[in-house]
Design a protein around this ligand. Structure first.
Ligand SMILES: N[C@@H](CCC(=O)N[C@@H](CSC=O)C(=O)NCC(=O)O)C(=O)O
Length: 290
């Protein structure tokens, strides 16, 4: 059972505050889960729409909050931002601490189906089901009927996949910085899908690959992607944005519904993310405040 929420810290930022919380997570097999929540100051009785930020490999709930540069635009727009962690912590699965791109810090936003991982590695349910319930139970001034999602790298993959696969159309829009867009065709994704999923690469391609999902989609969509041409992981073939764009155009999506921008010389870092941070918050504001 999900445990009570405990506030760990609070810091004023722009016209709002960033609160860090922890609780015992049922989705993550009873382990402690941490998250950060940025809440803009609101008028009495007002509720903020929610933008969920998913971070990349090796990150925690702190990377995006500390280095993303999202709070100025979010407070001006009256948007709350939720920063979950990137994996369970302390599951005790042999080998989970051995690699930086698998196990701890690399949950890939999927529900694991291999027996050794399936008790704890359920980041998909943690983000889409458990965290909204926790926010609702706490009676925070957030309007959960208005949610959008964005992320970076592994978190960009998570944002696209959660947006495209969520049955209840939970999110109004998705955006991503340097996302892994075709994980069943790149080394990071292949390692994750083979490692976490009983059905291996095929299960990953069917359920958690944005390029495969967009190819089958006919719903109206609102997606923005930025990647840098100086990004070493793009150059190494980990991100494959061209595959996603090709599949999107073949499925009939135009530039207005799905925009993929190649940004000259930017790398994979938070310097790149913070450069386009306000752009992404404003993109989501169009749908969250509609
Ligand atoms: N340790 C790795 C580099 C890890 C890295 O660059 N992680 C990125 C996300 S990569 C895709 O998901 C990141 O966000 N790092 C945290 C940060 O604050 O920059 C290596 O040795 O190359």
């Amino acid at each position: 059972m999900t445990g009570p929420l405990e506030k760990v810290s609070t810091s004023k930022a722009f016209a709002g505050e960033l609160n860090k919380y922890k609780f015992k997570s049922a989705a993550l097999g009873g382990l402690d889960a941490h998250f950060n929540l940025f809440l803009p100051y609101l008028k009495s009785g007002q509720k903020a729409p929610l933008l969920v930020y998913l971070a990349g490999l090796t990150c925690t709930e702190d990377n995006g909050a500390q280095k993303g540069g999202f709070f100025g635009a979010a407070s001006a727009q009256g948007i709350a931002i939720l920063f979950p962690d990137t994996s369970p912590r302390g599951a005790g699965v042999p080998g989970e601490e051995d690699d930086w791109d698998f196990g701890t810090g690399a949950g890939f936003y999927i529900n694991a189906t291999k027996p050794e991982y399936s008790k704890h590695y359920n980041m998909y349910d943690h983000i889409t089901v458990e965290l909204p319930k926790v926010l609702e139970a706490e009676k925070l001034p957030i309007d959960l009927t208005r949610q959008s999602i964005f992320g970076h790298s592994m978190g960009g993959h998570g944002a696209l996949v959660l947006y495209l696969s969520s049955k209840s159309k939970q999110y109004r829009s998705a955006s991503a910085f340097a996302p892994i867009t075709n994980p069943s065709k790149c080394p990071w994704g292949e390692k994750a899908f083979k490692g976490y999923l009983a059905g291996g690469l095929q299960e990953g391609a069917d359920r958690y690959d944005a390029t495969e999902l967009i190819a089958k989609s006919s719903d109206p969509l609102h997606i923005l992607i930025d990647y840098g041409t100086g990004d070493k992981f793009y150059q190494q073939g980990q991100l494959l944005p061209e595959n996603f764009l090709k599949a999107a155009r073949a499925a009939g999506y135009d530039e207005v519904q799905i925009r993929v921008r190649s940004q000259p010389e930017y790398d994979h870092s938070y310097y790149f993310i913070s450069t386009f941070a306000a752009d992404h918050v404003h993109f989501h504001a169009n749908f969250l405040k509609a």
